[in-house]
Design a protein around this ligand. Structure first.
Ligand code: F0G
Length: 343
């Protein structure tokens, strides 16, 4: 079997908290591509690559942590898993729970979860609670629920999530022979930046970590929780990240930073990636590239990776609203069609 066809837990078993006989719930996650980005390299004056985490089975990086969290839950006898989510964690939890034959419930902020993620979660049989509130409130509620009921919490406060997600750092170091100077990564609940740092430290590497939050949802930049976070990047519309301290430690220890980018900068990067690099990611993912475009030259790193955390198809609504294209209606006659195409 080539390494690309090995489930994440098997590929990295010696670095993960699983014993040989433990059950493995897998959809063959991880081993994602690392793509050269010539246009971004030119613009940033660096050698830029994109880590395509949208290539995971449910279309986001969450699958790395979820294979571990759900495998551990099954091993420990759980019959159900639960999470609060802005969408991707929900879709991933529902898929892995379906695979494991256990129940999944998710609490999402009503009206602020992208359509693709909702569709996935429902298709996989997840029980969806739409909260009249935001992600931070949803997380508080699930924490209370797991105190009352024997349900496994699979948000990134669960250590198995971080353990699984740290494997992305291993892959980067393997693919680049350790030659990595800086990583640009979107930050929401701050589990992923925490996980990458753990992975780098375990391998004795220390690229600078630059975490990017959306301006309207940037508690780590403001230095205090944001009560009403707002951003077009609904995946990272979070005002009080659970991994606050860990994320700040990662930024400080790596001599990096947590910074903010505006929705306009996020959307510019989102369009640029799609139009010039041929890579369609979701808005939150484009925050990493927005950060590179805004700060990269000043940061001065030579070998850079931007993490594209989720697929563009997750959020068709934002894509339809924020592209510069046009759909031209035509009757079935060659003349007007020719005109429309050649214009
Ligand atoms: N990018 C995407 C596409 C995400 O879905 C998330 C988080 C992040 C980045 C930020 O990662 O939370 O580890 O700092 N989504 C969570 C969810 C909150 O519920 O799907 P983080």
């Amino acid at each position: 079997m080539s390494k690309c066809h090995v489930p994440l837990i098997e590929r990295y078993r010696e670095r993960l908290p699983f014993a040989a006989g433990d059950p493995v719930v897998t959809l063959q996650e991880g081993s994602t591509p690392l793509l050269r980005a010539p246009v971004l390299s030119e613009l940033a004056g660096a050698e830029v690559r994109l880590k395509l985490e949208g290539a995971n089975p449910t279309g986001s990086f969450k699958d790395r942590g979820m294979t571990c969290a759900v495998s551990a839950a099954v091993r420990d006898g759980a019959k159900a898993v639960i999470c609060a989510s802005t969408g991707n964690t929900a879709a991933s939890a529902a898929a892995y729970a379906a695979r494991a034959g256990i129940t999944c419930a998710v609490i999402v902020p009503e009206g602020n979860i992208a359509e693709g993620k909702l569709a996935q979660t429902l298709m996989h049989g997840g029980r969806v609670i739409a909260l009249a509130g935001n992600f931070d409130q949803a997380l508080e509620i699930v924490r209370e629920l797991v105190r009352r009921h024997p349900i496994a919490l699979v948000n990134s406060v669960n250590e198995y999530r971080i353990e699984g997600q740290k494997t992305a750092a291993f892959e980067l170091l393997e693919d680049l022979d350790g030659e990595l100077d800086a990583l640009y990564i979107p930050v929401g609940n701050a589990g992923n930046v925490t996980a990458y740092w753990r992975g780098f430290v375990e391998m004795g590497a220390s690229p600078r970590l630059y975490g990017l939050q959306a301006e309207g949802a940037a508690p780590l930049v403001a230095g205090h929780p944001i009560e009403h976070p707002e951003t077009v990047a609904t995946a990272i519309r979070i005002g009080n990240p659970a991994r606050w301290e860990d994320a700040m430690d990662a930024a400080t220890a790596s001599r990096g930073a947590i910074r903010a980018v505006s929705d306009e900068e996020i959307l510019d990067a989102y369009r640029l990636l799609a139009r010039r690099e041929g890579m369609f990611c979701e808005p939150a993912s484009a925050a990493s590239v927005a950060g590179l475009l805004k700060y990269g030259k000043a940061d001065g790193a030579e070998r850079v990776v931007c993490v594209l955390t989720g697929r563009g198809l997750k959020d068709p609504q934002t894509a339809l609203e924020h592209n510069n294209g046009a759909v031209i209606r035509c009757n079935a006659e060659i003349g007007p069609i020719e005109e429309a195409i050649l214009a």
